[in-house]
Write a protein that binds this ligand. Sequence first.
Ligand SMILES: Cc1ncc(COP(=O)(O)OP(=O)(O)O)c(N)n1
Ligand SMILES: Cc1nc(C(=O)O)sc1CCOP(=O)(O)O
Ligand SMILES: [Mg+2]
Length: 208
Amino acid sequence: MAMSRSEISGLYAITPDITDTGRLCQMVEQTLAGGVGCLQYRNKSADAPLRLVQSSALLPLCQRYQVPLIINDYLELACQIGADGLHVGQDDSTLPAIKDRLAPHKLIGVSCYSQLARAVEAEKAGASYVAFGAFFPSATKPNAVRAAVSLISEAKSVLSVPVVAIGGIDLNNAASLVARGCDAIAVSQALFGAEDIEFAAKCFSRLF
Ligand SMILES: Cc1ncc(COP(=O)(O)OP(=O)(O)O)c(N)n1
Ligand SMILES: Cc1nc(C(=O)O)sc1CCOP(=O)(O)O
Ligand SMILES: [Mg+2]
């Protein structure tokens, strides 16, 4: 089995809270066919058994397209299924704890909100990429802290790890973030809520 990509770049798809695993896999396969560069399994309403079933179903799909599967929040789930990495925020596992459990080649992403200093610390502590946001109002995460688009250029001038932008990103505003130099855009609703998911993924991917 060929290795998936090791760097985060281009379109970074974030799964919506969908209970029907078959439907979720169908939608994810459309994003993969459309050129997504990375997939994150994020479900804030599923219980542990459903998270295990759904993430286990997504892994072979991602492997077939050589796209890394990142698990949001749950370190033990990422270890259990052999995911390609983990994404954590301020209330999740710390980097030292993650480094103790995940194999060295696994990807570790860190939410940095609007805080450049947090990203500098995360890079020093061994993060594979950092994410800033929310750059625009997000129905998926309405209470997200807001970040100014100028933060992307500032972050790119001081960080060496890939910079991911997130929050309310759609096909009307994504170019403004890519123009600032972000390495990837993390999208949920504007991708999975599209009438033609594969075409939407192609449109986002063509921005890079
Ligand atoms: C790429 C990326 N960036 C941010 C998040 C946010 O994660 P979430 O668990 O919703 O919130 P925090 O724990 O970061 O506060 C993400 N999932 N992916
Ligand atoms: C999961 C998440 N984290 C955010 C942050 O700012 O840390 S915003 C967000 C929601 C992303 O979904 P959508 O593309 O539908 O807005
Ligand atoms: Mg989290």
